[in-house]
Design a binder for this molecule. Structure first.
Ligand code: FAD
Length: 462
C-alpha cells in the first residue's frame, strides 16, 4: 500500500513525488511517456535551449560592436538540435536519479483509476499492475488545442522542436507566450516570421505597456505582427500554405508561408482517466480543486496543467508541494499572488503580481514607477539598453503589488519583485536595500526608489 501514487512525471508530478518522499511517505510515480513531462521534453527546457542558440547567433553576428570580429557566422541546425537534445537528456536522467535517490518507486506505463484508492498501470511489457493507494495525485498535464481547419496544414510546437532546417517563411497563428518565443527563435535563425493574433495585443495577459513595447522591438527586428486578425482558413496551394484571415475592418488578408505553426493554446489532459465514473468534478479549464489541491472525491488530488490555474512549470511544482504538505498533515493553501511568469522572447519579459490593467479592473489605486535600462551602466556596457523595469505599488499602503520587466535577464530580475510582492514590502523597506554595482538589478532598485523620493540616476519629473 502506497501513501501516495502520483500519476504523471512532469514538474508537477515528479516534484510532488520527491516532496512526499522527503516527508517520509511511501510514494509511487506512474509515467506513460518520458519523465520530466512537457516541461523537460517538449516545453520549457528544449525551447530555452533553442532561445540560447538564437541569442548566441545574434550576439555572434553583432560581435564587431564589441570589437570581436567573427567572419562568416553561420547556423548549424544539426548542432542546434544536438544541443537541445543533450540538454533534455541530461535533465531527464537527472530527474530519474533524483526519484530513485529519494526512494520513489517509478512505474513506466499508463495509469487509470478504476476506483478511489486504486491505480491500474498498463506497463511497457504489456502486463497490468494494480497499485493500492491511500491518496492519488493526478498530474497528467495538458495537450495542444487546435482549430479544426488547421489540421493537416499547421504543425505544433512539438514539431518545431524537431525541425532540422530553417523555414523560409514561418507563419505563427497565436501571439501568446509559445507563439512569441518561437517567433523570436526562428526570426533569429533567419526565417521571415509573421505572427497573427486574434486579440488587440500580443501576450494578452501581460502588462499592456510591456506587450506594446515588446511588439515594437520585435517589429524593429523584422517580425511582422498582425493583431485584431482572425484566421479563417489555411489551404495548400502548390508548395505553399496560404493563410486567410479577417482583419478588424472586415477585409480579408492573405499570408503565404512555407510552414504554419499553430500556437492557439493548450487544454487539460485528463490522461484517459474516467473522471465521470469517479465522480471527480471538472470543467473545460481543468479538474476542480480547493486551495489544498484536493478534488471533491476524498483521497484524490490534482495539480499542474490538468487543473489549468497557471499553465506554468513552477506553478505545477508549487501546487504539487502544497498537495503533499496537506496529505502529510501540514495544512497549506496554495497562494497564487506572487507567481512570476516569464516570456523568453528576445529580449525577455517577465512579470509578477498585478498588471496595471488588472489593478484598474480590481479598483486598486496604484503608484507606478519605471526605470529604463538605457540609464543603467551594466545594460549600457552589454549593449542591452532596450527595455525597462516597471513597479506598481498600492497607493494606499505603499506596498509593491506588481513588477514587470522587459529586457535582458528579465527572467532573473523578476524574482526581486516576487520577494517584494510575496513579503508585502513597500518603498520604505525596499529603499534600504543595497545592490551591487554595476548590475542590471540596480534598475530594479532605481524603480523601487521611484516609489519614494525618486531614482538617483534619472531626473524625475517632480
Ligand atoms: P506535464 O509536464 O504535461 O506532465 C504531465 C505528464 O503526465 C506527461 O509526461 C504525460 O506523459 C503524463 N501522463 C498523462 N496521462 C498519464 C497517464 N494516464 N498515466 C501516466 N502518465 C500520464 N512553463 C514554464 O513555466 N516556463 C516555460 O518556459 C515554459 N515553456 C513552455 C514551452 C512550450 C513549447 C510548452 C508547450 C509549454 C511550456 N511551459 C512553460 C508550460 C509547462 O511545460 C507546463 O506548465 C508544465 O509542464 C506543466 O507540468 P505538469 O506536471 O502539470 O504536466
Amino acid at each position: 500500500m502506497f501513501d501516495v501514487v502520483v500519476i504523471g512525471g512532469g514538474p508537477g508530478g515528479y516534484v510532488a513525488a520527491i516532496k512526499g518522499a522527503q516527508m517520509g511517505g511511501k510514494i509511487a510515480l506512474v509515467e506513460g511517456d518520458a519523465l520530466g513531462g512537457t516541461c523537460l521534453n517538449i516545453g520549457c527546457i528544449p525551447t530555452k535551449a533553442l532561445v540560447h542558440c538564437a541569442m548566441t547567433y545574434l550576439d555572434a553576428k553583432r560581435g564587431s560592436e564589441f570589437g570581436v570580429e567573427a567572419k562568416d557566422v553561420t547556423l548549424n541546425m544539426e548542432a542546434v538540435m544536438a544541443h537541445k537534445r543533450n540538454t533534455v537528456q541530461q535533465l531527464v536522467s537527472g530527474v530519474e536519479k533524483l526519484l530513485e535517490g529519494n526512494g520513489v518507486t517509478v512505474y513506466k506505463g499508463w495509469a487509470r483509476i478504476p476506483a478511489p484508492g486504486k491505480v491500474e498501470v498498463s506497463l511497457e511489457d504489456g502486463s497490468t499492475e494494480t497499485l493500492e493507494a491511500k491518496n492519488i495525485v493526478i498530474a497528467t498535464g495538458s495537450k495542444h488545442f487546435t482549430l479544426p481547419f488547421l489540421q493537416g496544414h499547421a504543425v505544433t510546437s512539438d514539431d518545431l522542436l524537431e525541425l532540422d532546417y530553417v523555414p523560409g517563411r514561418l507563419c505563427i497563428i497565436g501571439g501568446g507566450v509559445i507563439g512569441i518565443e518561437f517567433a523570436c527563435i526562428f526570426s533569429a535563425f533567419g526565417s521571415e516570421v509573421t505572427v497573427i493574433e486574434l486579440l488587440p495585443s500580443i501576450l494578452p495577459n501581460t502588462d499592456q505597456e510591456i506587450a506594446r513595447r515588446l511588439a515594437l522591438l520585435l517589429r524593429r527586428r523584422g517580425i511582422k505582427i498582425h493583431t485584431n486578425t482572425q484566421v479563417t482558413e489555411v489551404r495548400r496551394e502548390g508548395e505553399i500554405e496560404v493563410v486567410l484571415a479577417k482583419a478588424k475592418d472586415g477585409s480579408e488578408v492573405r499570408f503565404e508561408a512555407d510552414l504554419v505553426l499553430s500556437a492557439v493554446g493548450r487544454v487539460p489532459n485528463f490522461g484517459g482517466i474516467d473522471l465521470d465514473a469517479l465522480g471527480v468534478e471538472y470543467d473545460k479549464k481543468g479538474i476542480k480543486v480547493d486551495g489544498r489541491m484536493a478534488t471533491n472525491v476524498p483521497g484524490i488530488w490534482a495539480i499542474g496543467d490538468v487543473v489549468g490555474r497557471t499553465q506554468l512549470a513552477h506553478g505545477a511544482s508549487a501546487e504539487g508541494i502544497t498537495a503533499m504538505k496537506n496529505i502529510f498533515g501540514i495544512p497549506k493553501i496554495m497562494d497564487y499572488s506572487a507567481i512570476p511568469a516569464c516570456v523568453f522572447s528576445i529580449p525577455e519579459c517577465a512579470s509578477v503580481g498585478y498588471t496595471e490593467q488588472e489593478a484598474k479592473r480590481q479598483g486598486l489605486q496604484v503608484t507606478v514607477s519605471k526605470f529604463p535600462f538605457g540609464a543603467n551602466g551594466k545594460a549600457l556596457s552589454m549593449g542591452a539598453t532596450d527595455g525597462l523595469v516597471k513597479v506598481l505599488a498600492d497607493s494606499a499602503t505603499g506596498k509593491v503589488v506588481g513588477m514587470h520587466v522587459l529586457g535582458a535577464h528579465a527572467d532573473d530580475l523578476v524574482h526581486l519583485g516576487s520577494m517584494a510582492v510575496q513579503l508585502g514590502l513597500g518603498a520604505d523597506r525596499l529603499q534600504e536595500l543595497i545592490y551591487a554595482h554595476p548590475t542590471l538589478s540596480e534598475a530594479v532598485l532605481e524603480a523601487f526608489y521611484g516609489l519614494g523620493d525618486g531614482p538617483i540616476h534619472l531626473l524625475s519629473r517632480r
